[in-house]
Structure formats: structure tokens, C-alpha cells
Design a protein around this ligand. Structure first.
Ligand code: PMP
Length: 428
């Protein structure tokens, strides 16, 4: 049905007044989105956009996927309540199905309302379990916007003046810009140095994304995580895998990002894609570690409520039924290949990286000097939007195009995206 709501310019004016924020909206003429269907979004004029960034804004299965909508609406009609005071099968069924996706003893689930909350809880559990306070995270990582997670986050634009207690930021094992190139073990030595020179020799834990999302889709240098895992274990700490962006099949080769590194974490945190848009997050750990939370009362009114759990459970079924993990691998690999082939043609592309449907294109003024082309990136994503393709921005220097579509993205969608990017770069 035709849109009869307020215009984009009216909404923009009111948003500035009532919802002050330093973030967005993207684009000089902000997009007013009124509808979504799988990999497509529609503005108030009925214009269709290919959404190659929805994965970051929580969509894994596709916008308004009918199975997820149906499960959510049915549960909303039946019962919505707090999570823990009473029994409810939607919550317990989802926890069980989620736990089945993890190896070994990782079967204890705590639901939260966001990724920040999941990471806050993970850090607290690590500190309780080890009776240590020091946490090591990686420079350029993003873990959330509350006190502890902002401390663990290591990009100045995401940090306010919070007391950053007991957090150490290790060298970023960034194969493109890092000092040791792709030598993961050399970067890992910095984690050992931090433990040796900056702590009592024992730590609460280490937290990292297996591919940095907000940081500009940076794949950690090979060998880094296994080496750090053994260093952290020797120092008595817990290994926390932040799978908020890398989870639920997005990286294609595995259901969880950590699996590609051959390690088994002690704690895993989830959010975003878990609910295909429903606000839910989770912490998964072993019963032995989870036990520390029974020392006192830990409670979240809505964390894992029946409605969000019904959505989350439907997401797991859709990923399986529609083979979305395999699709992420096949279409994602194809897309990465096509993007890489643009490098020969366009000097501005410094690097193409990522896995599955978590891809990044880093723009530089010169391929050798790697000077960030940040203004050019803004121009390119604006022009791509004008041609009907939405991509994201990221990276410490704001010069990385982030491509994280819903996992139902097709090869035809990939071709269209690449053609549009190619054309936009030719016209610069
Ligand atoms: N961890 C990672 C890796 C993230 O990308 C984000 C969100 N960008 C978060 C945690 C925080 O999640 P939320 O915004 O749901 O609090």
C-alpha cells in the first residue's frame, strides 16, 4: 500500500530534535525506509534497494523472513512475559537448540537484550571465575557501549571518558597494516608481554572478535588466536569469543568464527543475527564456569523473553532449512573474488578481505603508501545508494566499505553490487 507517512526531510528534522545522536543517518539525503523483504529495502517512494549491510543491523535470514515473523507473532499472541520466574517452553527450547550448536561442554546459556550486555556479563563471569581483574582485548576491536565493554573496545571514537579499569589493549594482528604483517605468533607475543609486564602474571581473560567488524572487517593474522589461547590458559584466564558479528554462519566456512581457528573458547557471546532483528543476545559457557553466577541473584527482566526466543529459534531453523551457512560460503566466496578482481582496475582499492558474507574493501589513495581514502569512501557509498545498493562504512580511518548482506544474498545480487561499485569508481 502507498506510504502516507511524513516525508524524509520532515523525519530528519524531528529526529535531530528528539533523538540527538552523533551517528548517522547515512547519506546527505537520508533514506526513509518503510519496508523490508529478504535482501531488499524500500523507501517511502517505493524505490527498492539491495541491502548489502543488513547483516550488521541484525538481519541474518532476510528482512521480515516469513517463518521468523510467523513464529514471533504467534508467540506474541500467546504470551510475552519476563524470562526466568516461570517456566516457558519457547525459552527453554531455544536455549537447548542454541546449546546444540556448540562443542563439548559449552551448554550453559544466559540470555541478554544486546551484544553489549552479553559482553558485560562475559567479562564479569571471567573476573568472578578467576578472581582476577585484568582483561586483555585487541586494539581496534569493538565490544559494546557500557562501562566494561567500552573499556575493552579499542577505538577512540567509541570511547567516552569512562574509568577503564584493568583493561590492556594488545597489538592488532592486522595483516594489512600491522607491523608484523601476517605473522600471528609475533603479535601474540605482545599478549605475553602484557601479562609479564602489566599484570601480576595471572589474568581474568582475553576477549576478541575472530574478524573485527566495526574495525573494518579485519581478519586476525593466521596463528594468532591459537597462540593467544595457550598464553591465556597458562595465565589462568578465560578465552572469550565475541561472535556478535561472526556467528550464525556468516563467515560461511563454519557456524562460529572461532571454529576456523581451531580453538574452543570458554565463553562465547552472541547478538545481532541471533534474532533476525529481535533484540536478544546470549552468553554461552560451561556449567562449571556458569556456576559463579549462582553465588548471587543475576536477573534480566526481558533477556531471552518468550517472543525473542521464538524468533531466535525460528532463525536457527531457517538457517538450516535454507542452507544459509553454505550460501554464505558459496555466494560470499564468489563476491570476494569479484571484488578482488576490481583491484587491478581501481588503484583506490587497497585490500579486499573477510570471509563468507562478512567482507571489507579498504580504500586508499595509493596502493603502496596505503593512505586512507576516507572522503572518497563516503562519496562511493553515497553514489552506490543512488544506484540502489546499500553498503556500510567502517574501519579506524573510516575508509573501509563493509559488505554484510542478509545470508539469502544471491550471485545475481553479488554481480549487481560489483557492477555498481565498478561503475561508481570509474566515474570518480
Ligand atoms: N560486539 C561486536 C563485535 C559488535 O559488533 C557489537 C555491535 N556493533 C557489539 C558487540 C555490541 O552489540 P550491541 O550494539 O547489540 O550492544
Amino acid at each position: 500500500s502507498p506510504y502516507r507517512g511524513p516525508s524524509a526531510s520532515d523525519l530528519f528534522k524531528r529526529r535531530k530534535h528528539y533523538l540527538p545522536t552523533s551517528v548517522g543517518p547515512y547519506y546527505t539525503n537520508p533514506l526513509n525506509l518503510v519496508e523490508g523483504k529478504m535482501q531488499y529495502l524500500y523507501d517511502e517512494n517505493g524505490r527498492r534497494y539491495l541491502d548489502a549491510f543488513g547483516g550488521i543491523a541484525t538481519v541474518s535470514c532476510g528482512h521480515c523472513h516469513p517463518d521468523v515473523v510467523e513464529a514471533t507473532v504467534n508467540q506474541m499472541r500467546l504470551l510475552q512475559h519476563t524470562t526466568v520466574l516461570y517456566l516457558n517452553h519457547a525459552v527453554i527450547d531455544f536455549a537447548e537448540a542454541l546449546a546444540a550448536k556448540f562443542p563439548g561442554d559449552l551448554k550453559a546459556v544466559f540470555f541478554t537484550n544486546s551484544g553489549t550486555e552479553a559482553n558485560e556479563l562475559a567479562l564479569m563471569i571471567a573476573r568472578l571465575y578467576t578472581s582476577c581483574h585484568d582483561i586483555i582485548s585487541i586494539r581496534n576491536g569493538y565490544h559494546g557501549n557500557a562501562t566494561s565493554t567500552m573499556g575493552a573496545t579499542a577505538q577512540n571514537i567509541h570511547k567516552f571518558n569512562v574509568v577503564q579499569s584493568g583493561v590492556h589493549h594488545a597489538l592488532n594482528p592486522d595483516p594489512y597494516r600491522g607491523v608484523f604483517g601476517s605473522d600471528g605468533v609475533k603479535y601474540a607475543n605482545d599478549v605475553q608481554d602484557i601479562i609479564d609486564y602489566g599484570t601480576c602474571g595471572r589474568v581474568a581473560g582475553f576477549i576478541a572478535e575472530s574478524i573485527q567488524g566495526v574495525g573494518g572487517v579485519i581478519e586476525l593474522a593466521p596463528g594468532y588466536l591459537p597462540e593467544v589461547h595457550s598464553i591465556i590458559k597458562k595465565a589462568g584466564g578465560l578465552f572469550i569469543a565475541d561472535e556478535v558479528q561472526t556467528g550464525f554462519g556468516r563467515t560461511g566456512s563454519h557456524f562460529w568464527g572461532f571454529e576456523a581457528h581451531g580453538i574452543v573458547p570458554d565463553i562465547i557471546t552472541l547478538a545481532k543475527g541471533i534474532g533476525n532483528g529481535a533484540p536478544i543476545g546470549a552468553v554461552v559457557t560451561t556449567p562449571q564456569i556458569a556456576e559463579v553466577l549462582s553465588r548471587r541473584t543475576y536477573f534480566s527482566t526481558f533477556g531471552g523473553n518468550p517472543v525473542c526466543s521464538a524468533a531466535g529459534h525460528a532463525v536457527l531453523r531457517v538457517i538450516e532449512k535454507e542452507k544459509l551457512e553454505q550460501n554464505a560460503f558459496v555466494v560470499g566466496s564468489y563476491l570476494k573474488e569479484c571484488l578482488s578482481s576490481l583491484m587491478d582496475k581501481h588503484e583506490i582499492i587497497g585490500d579486499v578481505r573477510g570471509k563468507g558474507m562478512l567482507l571489507g574493501v579498504e580504500l586508499v589513495k595509493d596502493q603502496k603508501l596505503k593512505v586512507p581514502a576516507s572522503a572518497e569512501m563516503l562519496h562511493i557509498i553515497e553514489k552506490m545508494k543512488d544506484m540502489g545498493v546499500l553498503v556500510g562504512k567502517g574501519g579506524f580511518h573510516g575508509n573501509v566499505i563493509r559488505i554484510t548482506p542478509p545470508l539469502c544474498f544471491t550471485k545475481e545480487d553479488a554481480d549487481f553490487l560489483v557492477d555498481v561499485m565498478d561503475y561508481t569508481m570509474l566515474k570518480m
